[in-house]
Design a protein around this ligand. Sequence first.
Ligand SMILES: Cc1cc2nc3c(=O)[nH]c(=O)nc-3n(C[C@H](O)[C@H](O)[C@H](O)COP(=O)(O)OP(=O)(O)OC[C@H]3O[C@@H](n4cnc5c(N)ncnc54)[C@H](O)[C@@H]3O)c2cc1C
Length: 385
Amino acid sequence: MKVGIIGAGLGGLLAGAILSSEGYRVDIYEKLPFIGGRFTSIEYKGYQVGTGALHMIPHGKRGSLAKLLRNAGCRVEIVDSKPEGEIYWKGERETLTKKTFPFKDVLRFYIQTFLSSGKKNPTLEEFGKGLDEKTRYFIKSFLGWSFSIFPDQIRFSKIIPIYKRTKKHKGPGVPVGGCKAVVEDLAEVVVSNDGKIVMEKVESIKAGKEIALYSREKKEYDVVISDVGHKLTMELLGRRYGTVKPESRGVKYTISIDEPFIEHSGVLFTLGMEIAGMNEVTNVDENLGKKHMLQAHQPLRNGTRAEIIAGLKNLKEILKGYKFEVIAIQSYKGDWPVNRVMAGFDEDNTTPYKNLYVVGDGAKGDDIEVDGVALGVEKVLEDLL
Ligand SMILES: Cc1cc2nc3c(=O)[nH]c(=O)nc-3n(C[C@H](O)[C@H](O)[C@H](O)COP(=O)(O)OP(=O)(O)OC[C@H]3O[C@@H](n4cnc5c(N)ncnc54)[C@H](O)[C@@H]3O)c2cc1C
């Protein structure tokens, strides 16, 4: 069976690697001069600066992505973060444990988990009222780091499946070699199985009983998998996309620092600040930077300069006394957002055409980031294999 894949992002490469190892003839099209989309890095000033991702996999080696990578025959090593998280609150740092939050807040969380299956389904902002200040700011920081959204932008019921998966698979991990090592490993699998990665933009899709992709030339396939989101897929078909869904926006700061600041491989959630959190992945793989590399992430409401200036002020405050340099400030919105649709708005992987699927961000399963992407890919594979 011949499969055409639009986009060599993580979703496209993951689907391509597994299908090619199952004997499918796979062509993956990529419009940019590099593969990996928002899950790779480019060397800049001696640092592996992510094109998007912060070199982290939400559930490390126990999650859905790690499982599919193993199935595909990838050898990339993922190091689970230890501790999973720490908080920075009013100038003090504290490892994140069950005891970090007052028992009454934890109890309210469990009660709301039960209630949210019924009619009472508040936003996280509404839920936060009445909670301890530290708990409330942690919720904000966690949502900003993991989803790049604010507490008023998500309802409680949407975080329940993610909370359950986090309980089951635990916290994040960092791939040795960063996100680039993951996508390069997948590409190697594709090529070793006689798949092709064609560095060409797909201009349109013709779908019906037969399906064809138009890049420099027309090519027919049995199945097409699009890794460019539902909206763009519909545009490539020349169809109108229904309701436009809100995207999530953010800004990432890459910082070179002489001495390690975080000193571990987990996330430092920065409470009560514009920036949501930071990591220091050079503690896992020192080859990711010529010195230590800190990465901070901040969700953006409007994408204004003032929001970024406020984030930079936070960094100065947190890193007071350290010798550091902000080497890159990358903002993500429009065609290159943090997430094509806000958490809770992902669609499933099917389209009006039986031979056309959508994978990747925007068509994630019930999980965060690349582990959500993996769940979506898994669903398509269940249909095809
Ligand atoms: C700032 C930021 C931080 C993040 N941090 C993390 C993190 O630490 N951990 C994590 O798990 N996730 C993180 N994410 C999310 C993660 O990066 C994405 O969920 C994931 O990379 C999405 O992969 P994808 O394959 O769906 O899409 P993409 O990476 O966008 O891939 C789509 C590909 O399709 C190509 N393409 C588009 N149109 C065409 C066309 N017409 N023809 C051919 N090719 C085309 C694009 O060039 C691109 O390469 C972060 C995202 C951002 C922006």
